[in-house]
Design a protein around this ligand. Structure first.
Ligand SMILES: Cc1cc2nc3c(=O)[nH]c(=O)nc-3n(C[C@H](O)[C@H](O)[C@H](O)COP(=O)(O)O)c2cc1C
Ligand SMILES: [Mn+2]
Length: 496
């Protein structure tokens, strides 16, 4: 199954064999119609659509929707996401987080440079470039333009060649050979761009679409500054990713990507971008000016497949990919700092606007700390990190709960959190400006809107419990629980 992590077409074939893909042969308009279908697919948790016939696009060009959408069957809910990492269909959320985090500890494996690959099957250089030939979708009626990239990643390199940064970022069409999109100063693309700008040069840049699924997922992971995503992808897969050089600027890109755009981020040219329906579930009314990206060459596979994410209400890839990758990174950051955290999870239902941290109460008690002191330590560690900066709210709960089950988190919030003493608002902490509830003041100051919501009972800081849980798992002797499970069908129930 590792082949599915390494190649989008193998990934698609695996989904097809699992009946988790619909080949849409009917003519579909990339202007709104494809996106509306994909939106319904996310919300109803249906198989991923592969559109084969798109109005206005060159023959053979295809769109893939909901590449990491969830499934309706609870046992298989994460299977499309898990396939990005070559993991089995029944992989659980904690198993996903553990797999992703395990690579943080592994030695990076550099990509392997090969002479050529499928991405070189077609080449447009200079004046041949015409992005309009691809089925560039309009994703929401109120969007400011058509989005070429919603599930592709930027490739940039620091001028000294020591840091390769691969990061997912949206890109709106700005004509036949240019795009426009954010390069936020706090994201690595913005940091690398500043290094080039300080030298007075435009940033050499490429955008990879239809990359190996594991590579896309890692490009959506806020690894610490200076860490190169390609080496991390190698560590995750246990082998170096095959890469080729671009035609014009010497950057390295996956050899079997579907489409690679290459060129530069202009030094100072800007254009209007957006608005776009976004990950938090809202559509703002106005766009912003953003840097222009010039495309000097395009290489692509025959019958190229452009994967897209139609952002909005969960669950879509900003939750299933971004949220899961952030969860793994937060867990690692907490454990590296010696915090007694067993698990971290950005509940998909919270649209990547909160993370839940599961605290080991035994280790917590051994720290001999107070709630106030502990909360501020967690805030320093998490909100001070590259990944934690993106998340506005943290919820602390005991590890007796499975924090990947939203019903257990809701129960803890309702029953363990004292609104008078357990809510910590942190007005001085740096704000992530995309958070929708921030007000004009917060945005002006660049701080505020962050909180820690403590759902640990005061006794837990002294190693005591206030009350035990009344449930199937907690209220009966273990031996009886096992016996009941073993005899489940004998009682007359159909399933265990
Ligand atoms: C589907 C998807 C879309 C995303 N879109 C954007 C985006 O438009 N802008 C952005 O800054 N981050 C976006 N992200 C999040 C970044 O990819 C993520 O924060 C990543 O860590 C950025 O790379 P960096 O940490 O190397 O800066 C998106 C993530 C996913 C999974
Ligand atoms: Mn990075």
């Amino acid at each position: 199954m590792i082949e599915s992590a390494l190649d989008l077409r193998t990934f698609i074939e695996t989904l097809r064999q699992r009946n988790d893909l619909v080949d849409v042969e009917t003519v579909v308009d990339p202007i709104l119609e494809a996106a509306a279908i994909i939106r319904r697919v996310y919300e109803e948790r249906l198989p991923a659509p592969l559109f084969h016939n798109l109005t206005g696009a060159m023959p053979g060009a295809r769109l893939l929707g909901a590449p990491a959408g969830l499934l309706r069957n609870r046992r298989l809910a994460y299977s499309r996401l898990a396939l990005h990492f070559g993991l089995p269909e029944t992989t659980t959320a904690p198993e996903l987080v553990e797999k992703i985090r395990s690579a943080v500890k592994a030695r990076p494996i550099d990509p392997v440079v090969v002479d050529t690959g499928p991405v070189k099957e077609n080449k447009w250089i200079g004046a041949q470039v015409d992005l309009n030939q691809f089925p560039v979708p309009l994703l929401h009626e109120a969007d400011g333009g058509r989005y070429f990239a919603t599930y592709g990643f930027h490739v940039v390199q620091s001028p000294d060649g020591t840091w390769d940064s691969w990061g997912i970022g949206r890109m709106m069409l700005n004509g036949r050979n240019s795009l426009v999109g954010p390069a936020m100063a706090t994201q690595h693309i913005g940091q690398v761009r500043k290094m080039w700008t300080d030298l007075g040069k435009p940033t050499p840049w490429a955008m990879v679409l239809g990359a190996p699924p594991a590579a896309v997922a890692v490009a959506g992971m806020p690894l610490p500054t200076g860490v190169s995503e390609p080496g991390y992808i190698g560590a995750l897969l246990g082998q170096g990713l095959p890469v080729v050089r671009t035609e014009t600027n010497g950057l390295l890109v996956p050899a079997n990507a579907e489409i690679v755009l290459e060129g530069e981020i202009s030094l100072s040219e800007q254009a209007m971008e957006g608005p776009m329906g976004e990950y938090h579930g809202y559509q703002h009314h106005q766009g912003n000016v953003q840097p222009v990206f010039h495309v000097h060459a395009v290489t692509f596979r025959n019958n190229p497949i452009l994967p897209i994410c139609v952002a909005g209400l969960p669950p879509e890839e900003n939750h299933t990919i971004w949220g899961t990758m952030i969860s793994a990174q937060l867990l690692d950051t907490c454990q590296e700092a010696g915090l007694p955290i067993d698990m971290a999870w950005c509940s998909y239902e919270a649209a990547t606007c909160w993370a839940v941290l599961a605290v080991d109460p035994v280790k917590l008690a051994s720290l001999n700390t107070t709630a106030e002191e502990f909360v501020h330590r967690v805030a320093d560690v998490v909100f001070g990190s590259h990944a934690g900066y993106l998340i506005p709210k943290l919820i602390l709960v005991g590890n007796d709960l499975d924090i990947t089950h939203i019903d257990e988190v809701v129960w803890a919030l309702a029953t363990r959190h004292h609104p008078g003493s357990d809510h910590y608002s942190l007005p001085e902490v740096r704000a992530f400006p995309m958070v929708p509830y921030l007000n004009a003041d917060d945005k002006q100051r660049g701080t505020g809107g962050k909180a820690i919501i403590n759902c640990l009972f005061p006794e837990q800081f002294q190693g005591k419990i206030r009350a035990a849980t009344a449930s199937f798992k907690h209220s009966y002797p273990e031996q009886l629980v096992n016996q009941v499970l073993a005899k489940w069908q004998d009682y007359g129930f159909k399933e265990r």
